[in-house]
Design a protein around this ligand. Structure first.
Ligand SMILES: [Zn+2]
Length: 177
């Protein structure tokens, strides 16, 4: 999978929230989630499963009758994932995500901004400190995501939320772990 460089809003770089770091690959800047947490503050990062060279975000998920672990690329705007099981990828399926620590639900009400998606369930990832959050669309294969950072203006969050480093579409990396 190819990394596509995108402009990162300067206002965001100046106030980079804890839990997100800036990395340089092939001379281009990328934002990488360094630490995201469940609602209780447990880290969801997994050092043993790396995607694009960075620790992945580990979630326990259920899709209808199947369930297992999912490892999500920590690169902001990437939709690469590794699965410990084979979910049903047919369109319109909603994922239910849980903390792998205590199985507490990570689901919150959500109104997906992607045209035609209409998903109403999102996955909430907390950044350290609890003030800032990342929301990811609960629909399988949907690239919808949003970042809420308390200290930057709404317009900056919007710009950042619209970054999809890897373009649209299905980009899951299939693997049995
Ligand atoms: Zn969506």
């Amino acid at each position: 999978m190819q990394l596509i460089p995108k402009d990162i809003p300067m206002e965001f770089l100046q106030l980079l929230p804890e839990g997100i770091k800036l990395v340089s690959r092939h001379g281009h800047p990328y934002l990488v989630m360094d630490r995201v947490e469940d609602a209780a503050g447990n880290s969801l990062m997994d050092d043993s499963v790396r995607i694009h060279g960075e620790p992945s975000i580990k979630l326990h998920v259920k899709v209808e009758n199947s369930e297992g672990l999912i490892f999500v690329d920590a690169y902001w705007g990437s939709h690469a994932k590794l699965y410990s099981f084979i979910p049903d990828f047919s369109k319109g399926k909603t994922v239910e995500a849980f903390s792998p620590h205590d199985d507490s639900s990570l689901m919150v009400p959500w109104s997906c901004p992607i045209e035609g998606c209409e998903e109403t369930h999102g996955i909430r990832l907390r950044l350290p400190g609890g003030l800032n959050t990342i929301l990811v669309c609960g629909k399988l294969g949907c690239p919808g995501h949003h970042i809420d950072v308390a200290r930057v203006a709404e317009g900056v969050s919007e710009k950042l939320s619209n970054i999809n480093f890897f373009g649209e579409g299905e980009e899951e990396l299939f693997s049995a772990i």
